[in-house]
Design a protein around this ligand. Structure first.
Ligand SMILES: Nc1ncnc2c1ncn2[C@@H]1O[C@H](COP(=O)(O)OP(=O)(O)OP(=O)(O)O)[C@@H](O)[C@H]1O
Length: 532
């Protein structure tokens, strides 16, 4: 698809990146240093991906040598300061290592879609109708009535340059909405800076957002630009704004009211021109009543509201989303053409998805990795009940796999909390499940008799090494790689990387390398501990 130059000193990392990019169909050339890169004429490529250490503090040499080609920087030792200065100097993106493959693929896609620097300025943002069908932004999937209302709202607010408050449970696509608004706004050529307020320690949040002067506090050895200044001229997306401490709320209010920003420790004020999009899964009005959120800030934020429905209330959109996401995930793992079995589709349709689209993505990724063949069975998705138990197949109420389950589903359980909706969760009926197989644990492969009917036995299933005994007593063969994947996916939510590596009897480095090779990214939501 595109010619991409990788500039990276370590051969193994170059090869991994090349592998990932070739899987997406790109043509890749490697360079081991800046000199080597220059010899390859970086300006002739569609994209340059460069290690940030090689690129230097402001990445000037590689940016100059590559112009007008966009440059994506990968950082071993990322710092906010370096990110801001590289982005200001013109880098297309700055990605901390180790990165998750989806984030990498998205950055590459975004960088490739940028206008080449110095090229005639891009046409004004296309009207929404051109950016997708039926008023739908290209990147958002779903046609249910509630999503149609979301698209209409995006189309109307995007050009209006007003503050927008996006509401919705975690994983419903709030950041995607912010991106769509930015892309369709007058500011689309300027930066969009996304900040998750919940991910920044409370003690650092003011200096991260507003910047600081040298000597403002212990450790402030030089002055720094904050993220709000970095978004000057563009859009600032503050996710989880309900987590912002009260002092920072007061400063933010000033930015919104006066366009004024004062760095921590500074006397003079500066002026910024930003559009704010804020998001939260919390009820800010209630938080204001309890004094945790400033009411005046709430009113300032809530000029326009966009309410994203939880996935369980989007009807058939969940299947459309699943098909769409599955195609991308399968391509990423080099397993094009994977399909969901009839039972897996039913389970996806009936499940409550408390983690919304993000949880669906994760389940599909598990399915792609664990499925033995090109058909993903429900067991491969690894869905769980609210108490963390694997969902169990129940004997079929009907022989027709397409018939709706007779048990109560989250959709009939009505609105309410994710937990409440989960109460009604049922497995879709499995036409061929017997009582014994129904109690077998979720494993990398269906237990005997639990496979979808109509599928031939796997011809090329790896069968080496390890055997584990399932609850039902039957022996299941797993290859070492199956076992590794299985173990990591099963335990990564409650074990640190160090613990996982120790339990697997390998080093942390080896664990990381295997994750890269097998395409099992670390879970985004997991908090890292010092030992992690
Ligand atoms: N309608 C959609 N179509 C396609 N992908 C979607 C859609 N909604 C969400 N996603 C995908 O789901 C994942 C989660 O979305 P996003 O990060 O925007 O959610 P969020 O509401 O901001 O979550 P959080 O508040 O937890 O950060 C992303 O990978 C996003 O691309």
């Amino acid at each position: 698809m595109a010619r991409i130059l990788i500039v990276e000193k370590e051969g193994a990392s170059r090869n991994t990146l090349q592998h990932l990019l070739e899987r997406e169909g790109h043509d890749v050339v490697q360079a081991s240093g800046l000199e080597d890169a220059r010899l390859q004429h970086p300006a002739d490529f569609a994209l340059v991906i460069c290690d940030s250490e090689l690129a230097g503090e402001h990445a000037d040499p590689i940016l100059r040598a590559s112009r007008p080609t966009p440059v994506l920087l990968l950082a071993d030792n990322p710092s906010l300061h370096a990110a801001i200065s590289c982005l200001k100097a013109g880098a297309a993106d700055y990605l901390p290592k180790p990165f998750d493959q989806q984030a990498f693929a998205r950055s590459v896609r975004d960088a490739l879609s940028l206008p080449r620097q110095g090229a005639p300025s891009a046409a004004p943002p296309p009207p929404l109708a051109h950016a997708g069908t039926a008023n739908k932004p290209v990147e958002m999937i779903g046609h249910c009535r509630a999503m149609q209302q979301v698209y209409t709202r995006i189309r109307k607010v995007a050009p209006a340059d007003v503050t927008v408050l996006v509401l919705g449970e975690s994983g419903t696509g709030k950041e995607l909405v912010a991106r769509a608004i930015h892309r369709q706004s007058e500011r689309h050529q300027a930066p969009l800076i996304c900040v998750n307020c919940a991910a920044i320690p409370e003690t650092l949040i003011e200096s991260e957002l507003f910047g600081h002067e040298k000597g403002a506090f212990t450790g402030a050895t030089s002055s720094r630009t904050g993220l709000i200044e970095a978004a000057d001229g563009g859009t600032l997306f503050l996710d989880e704004i309900g987590e912002l401490p009260l002092d920072a709320q007061a400063r933010l209010l000033r930015v919104l009211q006066e366009g004024e920003i004062r760095r921590v420790g500074a006397i003079e004020t500066r002026y910024v021109d930003i559009r704010l999009i804020a998001a939260t899964h919390r009820n800010l009005h209630q938080l204001s009543a309890s004094g945790e959120f400033r009411l005046d800030l709430y009113y300032r934020l809530n000029v326009m509201e966009i309410d994203l429905p939880p996935l369980r209330e989007r009807g058939d959109d969940v299947l459309e989303l699943a098909e769409h996401l599955l195609a991308g995930i399968a391509r990423k793992h080099g397993r094009d053409g994977m399909r969901l079995s009839q039972r897996a589709r039913q389970e996806i349709h009936h499940y409550a998805w408390p983690g919304n689209v993000r949880e669906l993505e994760n389940a599909l990724e598990r399915g792609v990795i664990l499925a033995e063949r090109r058909i993903i069975a429900p067991e491969d998705l690894g869905l769980r009940t609210p108490s963390g138990q694997p969902l169990q197949a129940t004997p079929a109420a009907t022989a027709d796999p397409a018939a709706p389950s007779t048990a109560q589903t989250p959709k009939t359980a009505g609105k309410g909390t994710a937990k409440g909706a989960m109460k009604g969760t049922v497995k879709s009926a499995a036409r061929d499940a017997s009582p014994e197989t129904a109690s077998a644990p979720v494993t990398g492969q269906p237990a005997a008799g639990q496979q979808d009917k109509g599928q031939p036995p796997p011809a090329d299933t790896p069968r080496s090494g390890l055997s584990v005994v399932g609850d039902a007593g039957e022996e299941e063969d797993l290859s070492l790689e199956d076992y590794f994947q299985h173990f990591v996916l099963e335990h990564q939510d409650h074990m640190s990387e160090t613990e996982l590596a120790r339990r697997l009897g390998i080093s942390r480095k080896n664990l990381w390398e295997r994750r890269q090779r097998l395409g099992i990214p670390r879970r985004k939501g997991r908090r890292s501990s010092p030992a992690n």
